[in-house]
Ligand binder design. Structure first.
Ligand code: PMV
Length: 352
């Protein structure tokens, strides 16, 4: 039996200007454009392998070692679009094997907690769509393929690119202009680093789709956000990235996280994604920036209580000195830092 296979990894992306609200729930078309930073492949990522052969009897999906339903509408939409593109190729070149007609076996694995506000669906759908696009050897550009990933999970379209990514909301009703584009590569601003503080790895109780629907239907603040706040912020943040202006990038990132969670609170009934620990982390970040007299850290929270902190490599010891003081008793530091670095964190305050 000839089995065709392809494997890819897709990293998590964390929005610094949040996508929150759908204007079309079927096509996952957003009510606003968004911006994110794609994390390194070495950190949070999904690894997906796709295989196809004429003998396969049905489409199957294994997720983190467990069989998973593939019958949901979003996955089906992605598979349909990918098969359609492959079919177009096959109709132009009769020598190609008819992969578009065969069933798929997909195996996917995350190296981080699923559905705990760590953008697992983004990496998941990005990896699923890229693995099949690779298997089918589709000639389309990354932005074009991102339109398909978008139908799986909106934010997934941004995980197809590394670095700093914009998802342009587009205007068209069929969504052909709603796709991801790269603002800058990670090598353009390599000093940027991200750190995830896992406050809880329990599955969230209001999914992002449910949450968005509720916010769009009930929040007055949301209207103000999409009409006046986000369009301005999108331009300011894009410019800050291109100009490597961390202070502006950080301020806009923190304000946007706060604005998004404010619209959740303004939904009715209200949605709470952050918990008391999340709120304490926000206060600490402001304290850290005040303490050093400059903005060295930015926080952002997705639809869950976990914090993602952005900072520049040059400020790592200043930031970690604080975090180490607060969370030094939590195990795992020795895996990430040398004894000398940990000692330096301890001495940071004495020299400041
Ligand atoms: O793509 P979804 O449906 O998982 O929604 C993502 C929503 C946020 O993570 C809160 C914001 C974003 O832009 O990623």
């Amino acid at each position: 039996m000839t089995v065709y296979t392809a494997s890819v990894t897709a990293p998590v992306n964390i929005a610094t200007l949040k996508y929150w609200g759908k204007r079309d729930t079927k096509l996952n078309l957003p009510t606003n454009s968004s911006i994110s930073v794609t994390l390194s492949q070495d950190d949070l990522r999904t690894l997906t392998s796709a295989a196809t052969a004429p003998e396969f009897e049905r489409d199957t999906l294994w997720l983190n070692g467990e069989p998973h339903s593939i019958d949901n509408e979003r996955t089906q939409n992605c598979l349909r679009d990918l098969r359609q593109l492959r079919k177009e190729m096959e109709s132009k070149d009769a020598s190609l094997p008819t992969l578009s007609q065969w069933k798929l076996h997909i195996v996917s694995e995350n190296n981080f907690p699923t559905a705990a506000g760590l953008a697992s669906s983004a990496a998941g759908f990005a990896a699923l769509v890229s693995a099949i696009a690779k298997l089918y050897q589709l000639p389309q550009s990354t932005s074009e393929i991102s339109r398909i990933a978008r139908k799986g999970s909106g934010s997934a379209c941004r995980s197809l690119f590394g670095g700093y990514v914009a998802w342009e909301m587009g205007k068209a009703e069929d969504g052909h202009d709603s796709m991801a584009v790269q603002i800058a590569d990670s090598s353009d601003w390599p000093q940027m680093k991200a750190c995830v503080l896992v406050v809880s790895d329990i599955k969230k109780d209001v999914s992002s789709t449910q949450g968005m629907q509720l916010t769009v239907a009930t929040s007055e603040l949301f209207k103000e956000r999409i009409e006046h706040v986000v369009p301005k912020r999108f331009e300011v943040m894009r410019k800050a990235i291109v100009e490597k202006d961390f202070a502006t990038f950080a301020k806009e990132t923190m304000m946007d996280s706060n604005s998004f969670h404010a619209t959740c609170l303004d939904s009715f009934p209200p949605i709470f994604y952050m918990n008391d620990t999340s709120k304490r982390i926000i206060s600490w970040c402001h304290t850290i920036n005040q303490f050093y007299g400059e903005t060295i850290v930015a926080y952002t929270f997705d639809a869950g209580p976990n914090a993602v902190l952005y900072y520049l490599a040059e400020n790592e010891s200043k930031l970690f000195a604080f975090i180490y003081k607060l969370f030094g008793s939590v195990p795992g530091w020795d895996k990430k830092f040398t004894t000398e670095q940990l000692e330096a964190f301890n001495h940071q305050f004495e020299s400041s």
